[in-house]
Ligand binder design. Structure first.
Ligand code: ATP
Ligand code: MG
Length: 488
């Protein structure tokens, strides 16, 4: 077996060899090579110390506590090959708090380094110069049999670092492998240890499950193994919760089918998370309508958006992701109410979620539909929405697209700079969203002049009219709707 290794990678091991050190590729990249998949990144392990590694390469950086040195290749622009991570052989560290190793101990023996790795498939080393595999735990056999098996005693290994439990589930979703029996038993026994693992580490593995080809299976498995409660317990509220009406699946299954569709379409992380969480507020808002004799979920998108924000913040997702996903969940019902979809409503939704997000809102909606077991959106409706969005995009949908700007108001109407200018621009946008023909310099200047005479408070209200309403206001509205329908 001869693997195809980029020269940027073999150069690194060769340079280490030439300086008298051992060097092997190890971990995920070797596993992927054996599987015939393209590795996501390349990791090198060596008996050289961080200081020695830094000495023999021209451009390196070293800013972590695990001994990993980034070796930078200045000649390539390929991000995957630009930095190769070189880590000295390490010993299994103590994880007394199940969070992070107490200390990192280096070793001069490859065996020590392979012994500390999580699964046999990830514990194979490869020397690209000699074209030689070092496989002390029969990892190749397990890869061939599609088996996820702990290196050494599984209970002990999960006890050292419980994140490995979640990694096993992640690899099952990603690779479609089965978990070996003893390893599976240990997962069940040790699952509660995940409680102590940091949210950041949990998030990284959760993201890989969501980004895999089989997020539905992965999340189902996490539930079966009783570890989903350490990731997104809110999803479990939907288990067994039937919906009736157009829905044939429980809330739980609906959410999973929705995220699976986003994976089948290979959509990006924020769309997948939105698909997974779009109905997370349903169990909390479920009420029985005695007259209609069916369940209702008024305001589930408002409650769901709040829950989404909390979940993603808890998992320490970057603010940008939190914001986008919360917005998509909050607005996910938009394209379901055919009657409400007028051109001005479309302009408004674009003003709210942003021009680049409105297509993603359509994607989330298509996940919702497919997740309901509805075969496909009728192409007529889809085409209609598409053309409406394109049409609406031609009209002004943001303050920046108005024919006058803040400076015009300051200069021509002699107003002082200040918050009032912003309120006026937003109030003008409100009018233009309703009627794009009003977007002329003459009209807007005349109107701005009139608006300037209004008290600041009133202006502010006008400017905010079309923005998403405040949470409390929305909750009150939800309450009122419920009263009207005789549900609590
Ligand atoms: P991917 O291809 O998704 O990057 P990977 O197997 O390379 O998967 P990484 O998180 O990049 O996963 O880790 C690289 C290697 O480090 C693993 O293959 C494994 O050998 C080892 N490893 C990572 N995390 C752990 C852990 N918690 N316990 C033991 N070994 C680990
Ligand atoms: Mg990796």
């Amino acid at each position: 077996m001869k693997f195809n290794i980029p020269k940027e990678v073999s150069q690194v091991t060769e340079t280490l060899n030439n300086a008298g050190f051992e060097a092997y590729l190890v971990g995920g990249c070797v596993r992927d090579l054996i599987l015939g998949k393209e590795p996501k990144d390349w990791d090198v392990t060596t008996n050289a110390t961080p200081e020695q590694i830094q000495k023999i390469f021209e451009h390196t950086f070293y800013e972590n506590t695990f001994g990993t040195v980034g070796v930078v290749n200045d000649e390539t622009e390929d991000l995957k090959l630009k930095t190769i991570e070189v880590t000295p052989y390490r010993l299994e560290s103590e994880y007394s708090d199940s969070r992070r190793p107490d200390s990192v101990k280096f070793s001069d023996k490859l065996e020590d380094d392979l012994k500390r790795r999580d699964f046999t498939m990830n514990a194979i080393a490869y020397d690209p110069i000699k074209n030689e595999l070092v496989d002390l735990y029969d990892g190749q056999k397990d890869i061939k049999n599609k088996t996820i098996k702990a290196v050494g005693g599984p209970e002990e290994r999960f006890g050292e670092d419980a994140l490995r439990i979640l990694r096993a589930v992640r690899f099952k979703a990603e690779l479609g492998f089965e978990i070996e029996k003893e390893t599976g038993k240990a997962i069940q026994k040790m699952a509660s240890k995940l409680e102590k693992i940091s949210q950041e580490r949990i998030r990284d593995e959760f993201v890989k499950i969501v980004m895999s080809e089989n997020p539905m299976k992965g999340i189902e498995l996490a539930h079966e193994l009783e570890i989903l409660k350490y990731i997104v317990p809110e999803l479990e509220e939907g288990i067994g919760s039937d919906q009736k009406g157009a829905h044939i699946y429980t809330i739980w299954e609906h959410n999973l089918r929705a995220v699976q569709h986003s994976a089948d379409k290979n959509w990006p992380l924020h769309v997948r998370l939105s698909a997974l969480l779009h109905d997370v507020g349903k169990p909390a808002t479920k009420r029985f309508d005695k007259i209609k004799k069916e369940n209702t979920f008024y305001g589930h998108e408002v409650v769901g958006a709040r829950m989404t924000e909390k979940i993603l913040k808890r998992l320490k997702f970057p603010n940008e992701i939190v914001e986008i996903v919360t917005k998509l969940v909050r607005n996910h019902l938009f394209f379901s109410d055919v009657d409400k979809i007028t051109l001005s409503a479309v302009r408004r939704i674009i003003a709210n979620v942003g021009a680049d997000r409105v297509w993603e809102l359509m994607d989330v909606r298509s996940c919702d539909r497919i997740g309901m077991g509805v075969a496909k959106e009728t192409s007529y409706r889809l085409k209609k929405y598409h053309s409406m969005i394109e049409e609406a995009m031609k009209d002004p949908v943001s303050v920046g697209m108005l024919k006058i700007n803040g400076n015009d108001i300051i200069k021509n109407l002699k107003e002082k700079p200040g918050p009032k200018i912003g309120f006026i621009l937003h109030a003008l946008l409100e009018e233009v969203l309703d009627d794009p023909k009003l977007n002329t310099k003459e009209y807007l200047e005349k109107r701005a002049d009139e608006l300037l005479k209004l008290p600041e408070e009133e202006l502010k209200k006008l400017g905010e009219a079309g923005k998403e309403k405040k949470d409390e206001e929305q909750e009150r509205e939800v309450g009122e709707i419920r009263k009207k329908f005789g549900v609590k």
